[in-house]
Design a protein around this ligand. Structure first.
Ligand code: NDP
Ligand code: MG
Length: 391
């Protein structure tokens, strides 16, 4: 019997929550997947450990950790590079079949664009890439004939619901949200919450930034914009529904009124694996759903006034241009200021809103204009955050 073809992958952000789970999938499918590239920013020790275990062709690390990683891997046949330009180069290597984009934030944009430019299919976890520059990313993917496979669980759910629907139009989609740790709370309560409270997500274990985004509901806001680009939807075709059990990962409503949902236990390995192996569903040992453990699945409307981030994301999507880029940069800065103990939880959406009012609007930005918008917004958001700390 012929051997199955091995796919070589570049795992960008291999030391993160998504990256580590992707490597578990590689471990479980050694005859189907091979790691060609691993990358990290600061976590040099884990990157070294992963490199020794997976023997990639190359690793990329943040510049400050270059000498340390180079030294640790000198006896291994693994190339060591550093910095953002190197990230863009390694994804374009001829030996890379697919790129898993799992860097967090704006920092993932250039390497994702570089992968698409080189014609590499992308399994996309880094939602900020589509939020910041969805027009640029999707038009380049179209031009290069590159497929983008969603890793985000909601978007993977929509993608799975669309299998076999060919030209059947989407009437609308429902993105489900757990509601995060503060579901049902009011603004007064939120003004007192700490970093530790906000990092306690009820259903998912994820990186810190996305966990805070889930608590503010900005994660759902970013996902609205991500969905608009992935599935060519207008803002009014995207709805958010709170589903605290996180079993239904999202739904598509078609023009005949029929709804299709994708369900399963909350486990990111499933959407990661689906993206890596699409269109094949690989057998897995992931825990199976047990109906008796979930006698009721419940749904409620999101509380947009306590959690204004969803409305801000709709506004950014409707305005278009560089506005989602402003939303994203302001949010990244505000989340990091909250995590560093500087600002309160309710300050996060306030800073985002102020930046959206203050930063210069550009209708059809170039890549350079997105980069400039990101820099300008970060300055503005940092100065707003500093004022909050002093206040
Ligand atoms: P983590 O914070 O856990 O990991 C981020 C990864 O990116 C790490 O490998 C980190 O390296 C690397 N990184 C951070 N900053 C930079 C930088 N400036 N340049 C290069 N690499 C960098 O994040 P997650 O894995 O949780 O999330 C990754 C992406 O996937 C995010 O966009 C998130 O929204 C999305 N996502 C995540 C989900 C989840 O369950 N975690 C679910 C759905 C989407 P180092 O470790 O060295 O700092
Ligand atoms: Mg998600």
């Amino acid at each position: 019997m012929a051997q199955p073809i091995k796919k070589t992958i570049a795992v960008l952000g291999s030391t993160g929550s998504i990256g580590k789970q992707a490597l578990e999938i590689v471990q479980a499918n050694p005859d189907r997947l091979q790691v060609e590239v691993l990358t990290a920013q600061n976590n040099a020790d884990l990157l070294i450990e992963q490199a020794i275990a997976f023997e990639p062709n190359a690793v990329v690390v943040g510049e400050e950790k270059y000498a340390y990683v180079k030294d640790a891997l000198q006896k291994h046949d693994i190339k060591v590079y550093a910095g953002a330009d190197a990230l863009c180069q390694v994804v374009q290597m001829e030996t890379v079949d697919m790129v898993l984009a799992a860097i967090v934030g704006f920092a993932g944009l250039r390497s994702t664009l570089a992968a698409i430019e080189a014609g590499k299919p992308v399994a996309l976890a880094n939602k900020e890439t589509l939020v910041v520059a969805g027009a640029l990313v999707t038009s380049l993917a179209k031009e290069k004939g590159v497929n983008i496979y969603p890793v985000d669980s909601e978007h993977s759910a929509i993608f799975q619901c669309l299998a076999g629907e060919f030209h059947n139009k989407i009437e609308k989609i429902y993105l489900t949200a757990s509601g995060g740790p503060f579901r049902g709370k009011d603004k007064t309560f939120l003004s007192t919450v700490t970093k530790a409270d906000a990092l306690k997500h009820p259903n998912w274990k994820m990186g810190e930034k996305i966990t805070i985004d889930s608590a503010t509901m900005m994660n759902k806001g970013l996902e609205i914009i991500e969905a608009a680009w992935l599935f060519s939807l207008k803002p009014e075709q995207i709805d958010v529904i709170i589903h605290p059990q996180s079993i239904i990962h999202s739904l598509v409503q078609f023009e005949d009124g029929s709804l299709k949902a994708q369900m399963g236990l909350p486990d990111m390995k499933l959407p990661i694996q689906y993206a890596l192996f699409y269109p094949q569903r690989m057998p897995s040992s992931f825990k199976r759903f047990d109906f008796a453990s979930y006698p009721s699945l419940t749904f409620e409307k999101p509380d947009m006034s306590t959690f204004p981030s969803i409305s801000l994301a709709y506004e950014a999507l409707r305005k278009g241009g560089n506005m989602p880029c402003v939303l994203n940069a302001a949010n990244e800065v505000a989340v990091s200021a909250f995590l560093n103990g500087g600002i309160g939880f309710n300050d996060i959406p306030t800073i985002v809103e102020k930046c959206m009012q203050q930063v210069h609007y550009i209708d059809k930005p170039t890549l350079q204009e997105y980069i400039d918008t990101d820099i300008d917004t970060r300055k503005e958001a940092s100065s707003l955050a500093k004022k909050k700390i002093r206040a």
